[in-house]
Design a binder for this molecule. Structure first.
Ligand code: PML
Ligand code: MG
Length: 266
C-alpha cells in the first residue's frame, strides 16, 4: 500500500483548488444535451486563473464540436484530504488494424484477470454506443454484467491531477508520449486503479481525430493504437471490477476522493 508521508503532505499548499470543466452541445431538439468534453485539475490558488483560461481555450477548439454550454466548477480542497498515489507504468503497442488492436486489448484484459466473456463484452459495449458518455460503465470482471445504474451518463472520475507537472510530463516523454489526452488518461487510469475492488479498465477516445486507447491494470497503462478508425466520434470507458464489488464505495472514491498522481522512481 502506498502511503503519503507527512513531509510530502507538508510540501503542498494548505489548500488546492479542484477545477472541473464540462462542455456540451444542444441536441437536435434543443433538449437532449450531447457531452463534448470534460477535464479535471487540482492546482494551487496562483494557478487557477491560468488553468481555467487554458481549459476554456481547449474547449473552444475541441474537435468533437462546438459547445453550447460550458460548466466550470471550482472547489477548495484541504490538503489533509488529498491522497498521493503512484502513477501506472506506461507501455505502448502499435497495430496495423483496429481488429488486431482490439484482439490484443482483449488478451491484455484477460492477462489482468478479466474473463474472456467480460473482456469481449467491454469492447462490444464501447463499439455499440450511439453517443459518447460523460463517464464509464462498470462491469463485473467475471460475468461481464453491467452493474452501475448510471445509464448513458456513466460513472465519472473527479478531483485528480499529477503531483508534479514537469516530472509527470518527463515520465510520459520517456515512453515517447505527450499531449493533454495522454496526461489526463494516465492520471484517470492511475486513480481508478487505486480504487478498492478495481480490476482493469478499457478505454478509447471519442475524439474523431484521435484513435488511441488503452487497457489498464493495477500496475500498467498499456496503450493501443488504433482502437478505432479516424473520423469515428464514438469512444468510451469500461471499468472491470471484482465480483461482489462495493459499487457505492467505488463511485464515492471515483467522484470525491482528491488524488495527486506521483511518478515513483525505482
Ligand atoms: C480521451 O481523452 O479521449 C481518451 C484518450 C485515451 C488514450 C490516451 C492515450 O494514451 O493516447
Ligand atoms: Mg474525450
Amino acid at each position: 500500500m502506498f502511503v503519503i508521508s507527512m513531509s510530502e503532505h507538508e510540501s503542498l499548499p494548505h489548500y488546492l483548488f479542484s477545477i472541473r470543466m464540462r462542455a456540451a452541445a444542444n441536441g437536435n431538439n434543443g433538449n437532449d444535451r450531447q457531452h463534448l468534453s470534460g477535464c479535471e485539475r487540482l492546482v494551487s490558488d496562483e494557478q487557477v486563473v491560468t488553468v481555467v483560461q487554458n481549459l476554456f481555450q481547449r474547449i473552444l477548439t475541441h474537435t468533437r464540436g462546438e459547445a453550447d454550454t460550458i460548466n466550470i466548477q471550482i472547489d477548495k480542497i484541504d490538503r489533509a484530504t488529498i491522497r498521493l498515489i503512484p502513477a501506472l507504468k506506461v507501455e505502448s503497442l502499435e497495430f496495423t488494424t483496429v481488429d488486431q488492436a482490439h484482439s490484443s486489448a482483449i488478451a491484455s484484459l484477460i492477462e489482468f484477470g478479466v474473463s474472456k466473456i467480460a473482456a469481449c463484452k467491454g469492447v462490444e459495449l464501447i463499439k455499440n454506443l450511439s453517443a459518447s458518455m460523460r463517464g464509464g460503465m462498470v462491469l463485473d470482471a467475471i460475468t461481464g454484467e453491467r452493474i452501475d445504474n448510471s445509464g448513458v451518463r456513466g460513472v465519472r472520475l473527479s478531483h485528480m491531477d499529477c503531483e508534479n507537472e514537469s516530472a509527470f510530463l518527463s515520465f510520459l516523454a520517456e515512453s515517447g508520449l505527450g499531449g493533454e489526452k495522454v496526461r489526463e488518461a494516465v492520471i484517470l487510469a492511475s486513480k481508478a486503479a487505486f480504487t478498492k475492488d478495481y480490476m482493469a479498465e478499457l478505454c478509447w477516445s471519442d475524439d474523431p481525430h484521435y484513435v488511441a486507447g488503452y487497457v489498464a491494470s493495477k500496475e500498467i497503462y498499456r496503450r493501443f493504437s488504433p482502437m478505432k478508425l479516424k473520423e469515428d466520434h464514438i469512444g468510451g470507458r469500461v471499468f472491470f471490477v471484482k465480483p461482489n464489488a462495493n459499487l457505492d464505495d467505488l463511485i464515492d472514491f471515483f467522484e470525491h476522493q482528491p488524488v495527486l498522481v506521483k511518478v515513483l522512481r525505482k
